[in-house]
Ligand binder design. Structure first.
Ligand SMILES: [Ca+2]
Ligand SMILES: [Ca+2]
Ligand SMILES: [Ca+2]
Length: 115
């Protein structure tokens, strides 16, 4: 996978783009996320990508994203919106909650995959 993947994850995290916008902008990276190449992004594939992106952003591998780690990807307002309990850390649970929300809102027909 490439750094483009992380950028997509950050955009989703920031609520800066819908999945459809991302699909248009980053077709190449999306092909990498679409593990079985069926042209759809299943929840499993989305979760694998989301997990990968978290590991890459979590530079000190302590399971949370601090301000420094998130800074290249999120501005402070975006960080705070993901940091739901306002402890200045994005926990894995907070990250997953945001990514799940994004998946659900992008999955407009509710069929469990993005197309
Ligand atoms: Ca697929
Ligand atoms: Ca960390
Ligand atoms: Ca937090």
């Amino acid at each position: 996978m490439t750094r483009g993947i992380i950028v997509i994850a950050a955009m989703l995290l920031a609520g800066a783009a819908s999945a459809e916008t991302v699909a248009e902008l980053h077709e190449k990276e999306l092909q990498a996320i679409d593990a079985n190449n069926d042209g759809f992004l299943s929840k499993d594939e989305f979760d694998a990508f989301s997990d990968y992106a978290f590991q890459e952003m979590d530079e000190d591998k302590n399971g949370t994203l601090g301000l420094d780690e998130a800074k290249p990807f999120l501005d402070i307002k975006q960080f705070q919106s993901v940091d739901r309990n306002n402890d200045s850390l994005i926990s894995r649970a907070e990250y997953d909650a945001q990514m799940n929300d994004d998946f659900i809102s992008a999955d407009q027909d509710g069929n469990g995959q993005l197309d």
